[in-house]
Design a binder for this molecule. Structure first.
Ligand SMILES: C[S@@+](CC[C@H](N)C(=O)[O-])C[C@H]1O[C@@H](n2cnc3c(N)ncnc32)[C@H](O)[C@@H]1O
Length: 333
C-alpha cells in the first residue's frame, strides 16, 4: 500500500470531499496558520538538536561559486529556522539572495520578523505559482522538517528541479526516518522504554493539565481549529478527530513497523534509489535513537540504551539530516 492510500484509508470515515493530497495540504495550511505564533516556543528541540548539525551541513555542503553569489530557496521556511541557520553559518558571505517560501502566510509573517536584521535581500513568497515563475535559478535548496508534511515528498522535490541550477545542492534537515521502525532492535527498545513511560504518564499531572487546558481554551489548540476549518470549508462531511488531524498533518511520520513497511515515512536509502539520476546523497546523519522521546529527558538507563543503538546502527536513528547533490549518477535508471 502506498503512503497516500494508507492516508486515504485513515481519512475515509470522515467522508472527504476532495482528493487526499488536496486535503492533506489544506490541513497543513490550517494547522500551521494556527501554530505560527507558538511554533518556536513549542519546538525548542529544533534549536537544541539541530544548530550544530546545520552548522556542519553549511560548512561541508554550501558550495562556493567564484563567479557569482549564491541564490538560495528555502522551501517550507516556517518561522525561518533553517534560513537563520544558513545565514548565521555562512561566515564567508557566499549567499547573495534568498527566497523564503511557505504555504502558510502566517508562518511567512513570523519568518519575516525573524530575519529582518539580515544583510541578505530576502523575498517572501506564499503563492506556489508565483514561486514557479522565478526568473533566475537557485544554487541551493534548503528544507527543514518539511518533507514529512507532504503527501508525495519526492514529487514535490522533483517539481522544484526547473527552479534549480544543474549542479544545485539540497540541504535537508530534520526528517523522520522509517529505518528506525524497520530495525527490530530499535523498535523493541523503544517499546520497552514506552512501557515505563506509560506507567509514569498516570502518575504525572502534565497529561491532565494539558487536557484541562484544551477544554478551557479549545481555540488555543491548532488541531481543534483545523478540524473546524476543514468542516466549514466542506473538505470533509464529518469533523476530523484531533488524532487524525495530527496523523494527516504529519503524513509521513510512521508510528510502527507495520506503517513503515507499508510505505509511510522516509528512508534515505530508498530516496537515493528513487532519486537516482537526479540527486545523489553525499552526506547524512541520523539521531534520536529513542524515537519520539528526547534522549536528554530520559533516565540514564534509556540514554545508555539509545547510545548503544546509535553505535550498532548508526544509519537507523528516528530522525535524519542529509545533503544531496544534483546531477547524473552512475546508477541512473
Ligand atoms: C514543521 S514546520 C517547519 C518549518 C521550518 N522549516 C522549521 O524547520 O522550523 C513545516 C512547515 O512546512 C510548511 N508546509 C507544509 N506543507 C507544505 C507544502 N505543501 N508546501 C510548502 N510548505 C508547506 C508548513 O506551513 C510549515 O511552515
Amino acid at each position: 500500500m502506498s503512503s497516500t492510500r494508507y492516508m486515504a484509508s485513515l481519512l475515509a470515515p470522515f467522508e472527504p470531499q476532495v482528493p487526499t493530497e488536496v486535503l492533506v495540504e489544506s490541513l497543513n495550511r490550517f494547522y500551521h496558520a494556527r501554530e505560527a505564533d507558538l511554533y518556536d516556543a513549542r519546538h525548542p528541540e529544533i534549536h537544541e538538536e539541530l544548530t550544530s548539525v546545520w552548522k556542519h551541513m553549511v560548512e561541508v555542503g554550501l558550495p562556493g561559486r567564484p563567479d557569482h553569489d549564491l541564490r538560495v530557496l528555502d522551501f517550507g521556511c516556517g518561522t525561518g529556522f533553517e534560513a537563520a541557520m544558513l545565514l548565521g553559518a555562512d561566515l564567508e558571505g557566499r549567499v547573495g539572495e534568498m527566497v523564503c517560501y511557505d504555504l502558510s502566510p502566517e508562518m511567512i509573517d513570523v519568518c519575516r520578523d525573524t530575519l529582518w536584521k539580515t544583510r541578505v535581500p530576502i523575498e517572501f513568497v506564499t503563492d506556489g505559482e508565483a514561486l514557479m515563475e522565478q526568473s533566475r535559478p537557485f544554487d541551493v535548496l534548503i528544507t527543514n522538517s518539511l518533507l514529512h508534511h507532504l503527501p508525495d515528498p519526492l514529487a514535490t522535490i522533483r517539481s522544484l528541479m526547473p527552479l534549480l541550477t544543474d549542479d544545485a545542492v539540497w540541504l535537508a534537515g530534520h526528517e523522520p526516518s522509517s529505518r528506525f521502525f524497520k530495525n527490530g532492535q530499535c523498535w523493541k527498545t523503544l517499546q520497552e522504554c514506552e512501557r515505563m513511560r506509560k506507567f509514569r504518564k498516570y502518575v504525572t499531572p502534565d497529561k491532565y493539565r494539558e487536557a484541562l487546558r484544551r477544554i478551557l481554551n479549545p481555540d488555543a489548540d491548532p488541531a481543534e481549529g483545523t478540524a473546524r476549518a476543514a468542516l466549514n470549508e466542506g473538505l470533509v462531511k464529518k469533523k476530523l478527530s484531533r488524532d487524525i488531524i495530527h496523523r494527516a498533518v504529519d503524513c509521513q511520520v510512521p508510528h510502527s513497523p507495520e506503517e513503515a513497511h507499508c510505505g509511510r515515512g522516509l528512508d534515505f536509502v530508498q530516496m537515493e534509489h528513487d532519486l537516482a539520476g537526479q540527486w545523489k546523497l553525499v552526506w547524512k546523519r541520523t539521531y534520536n535513537f529513542m524515537g519520539p522521546y528526547l534522549e536528554r529527558d530520559l533516565p540514564n538507563k534509556w540514554r545508555l540504551a539509545a547510545r548503544r543503538l546509535h553505535e550498532c546502527f548508526p544509519d537507523d536513528g528516528a530522525s535524519f539530516c542529509a545533503i544531496w547533490q544534483r546531477g547524473e549518477t552512475q546508477d541512473a535508471p
